[in-house]
Design a protein around this ligand. Sequence first.
Ligand code: PGA
Length: 250
Amino acid sequence: MFIAGNWKLNCNIEEANDLASNILKNIKGKRINNEIVIFPPFTSLFSVSKIIKNTEIFLGGQDCSDNISGAFTGDISSEMLLDLGCKYVILGHSERRQKYNETNELIKRKSDVAQKVGLTSIICVGESLKDRELGKEKKVIEIQLKNSIPETSNSSNCIIAYEPIWAIGSGKTPTISKIIEMFGEIKQILNSICINDGIKILYGGSVNISNSFEILSNEKIDGALIGGASLNAEDFSKICLEANKLDGKI
Ligand code: PGA
C-alpha cells in the first residue's frame, strides 16, 4: 500500500517541519507496512529531509525540470531532488497540466530524466468533468498515458496516479466501481506501452478520513495520492494507520 501526501503550495519551513514531526509522532511505535511519502514544497525539502531521515516516511518533490543543469531560471532538477533525499517526484499533476500548460511530451521528458537519475516518477492522469460528461474519459486517459509515460517505465521507476480533475479538492469522488473500471483501462494501456510488471496505480481526488478505508480496501487499488487531508497531521496519520490494517497490500 502506497500513501502519498501532496502538500502543494502550502507550509512555510516551520509549518512543514511541524507537520512532518507530528505525522511521525502519530505513527511512532506502530508497525508500518505502507510506503508513506510526503511531498512538501521545494523550500522545505531540506529541513523535512532531516526530520524524516531513517524513519518510515519517505520524501518526494512535487515537480522537476526536464533538464539536469544549465540556464533554466527557476527550475529544480531531478538530481537536485535526489541530492535532497527524495525518492519520488510527482509529474503531470492536473494543476500543472492545466495552469502551466504542461504537455504530455514535456511530462514524458521530465519523467525520463527523473527515472534516469534514479527517482520513481508518479505520473498523474485524469479527465475533466466535461470529458466525463461527453463519455470521453477513457480516450483522454489513453492519450495522456501513451504520450507521457516513457517506454522504459516499470514497477521500480514509475507509479500512475489516476486523479479525475473534477474530484480534486471538490469533496466528490467517483464510485469504487468506476475507479476500478478506469484502473482496468490504465493497466491495459500500460501493457501496450511499457514493461508493465505490476506498475502501481493510485487513486487521488478528495481522499479523506471518511472515505479512505473504503477506497483503499479494494484489492485493485494500490494506494492514494492525498492533497487537502495530508495537510492535517491527525487525518493523514489516521489514513496511514488504517491502510496499515490492510495487510498484504504493500
Ligand atoms: P485532494 O488533492 O486530495 O485535495 O483532492 C489530490 C491531489 O491533487 O493530488
